[in-house]
Design a protein around this ligand. Structure first.
Ligand SMILES: [Zn+2]
Length: 177
């Protein structure tokens, strides 16, 4: 059986970045649940770090990575300037190619830029997040878009199911399930 891990970068008592009423935790748990829904519907075995709005601690999420063919943790980026934009993914070099595909899927659906000059891929040392233990253990941190950017947030709200569906498609193709 092909096992895939999809986790939320924030949740439980940790809201992550905030923009008005919406938190990074809400987006991350929501997207985790939607991607898991599509992957399970396609017959893959999916490990998650919680259901609904629940989210286990990072050290529990990290334990899920071993034995998974792919592990992706969902985050949103945030910056003090509301114009910062785009999608990117942090991972070990072994995952650069799948990172590029995940970023392209998000960019195509949302019509937002791919950050940097490596198709959205960023080495683990370059991120602003403190949860890079996830990357060190072989997982991918996918920063979907900037929660601090009102335009990207609005696009996300209207297209989130499509984003989830396309990400699930890329993941399924990658793991060959
Ligand atoms: Zn985050």
């Amino acid at each position: 059986m092909t096992v895939v891990t999809i986790t939320a970068g924030h949740g439980g008592g940790d809201s992550g970045a905030v923009n008005g009423q919406i938190t990074e935790a809400q987006i991350a748990t929501d997207m985790r649940n939607m991607i898991a829904f599509y992957l399970e519907r396609d017959g893959l075995v999916v490990r998650t770090d919680g259901e609904g709005s629940k989210n286990q601690a990072l050290k529990e999420a990290i334990k899920l990575i071993r034995g998974s063919k792919l592990a992706v943790e969902i985050h949103t980026n945030s910056f003090y300037l509301p114009t910062a934009q785009g999608v990117e993914a942090l991972a070990q070099p072994k995952d650069e190619s799948i990172c590029r595909k995940l970023c392209k899927a998000v960019a195509d659906v949302m019509g937002i830029p791919i950050r940097g000059n490596r198709g959205g891929y960023k080495a683990e040392g370059s991120g602003q997040h403190s949860r890079l233990g996830y990357v060190r253990n072989g997982g991918i941190i996918l920063e979907l878009f900037f929660i601090s950017n009102p335009k990207e947030l609005a696009i996300y709200h209207s297209k989130k199911w499509l984003v989830a569906r396309e990400l699930a498609k890329v993941i399924k193709n990658y793991v060959g399930g």
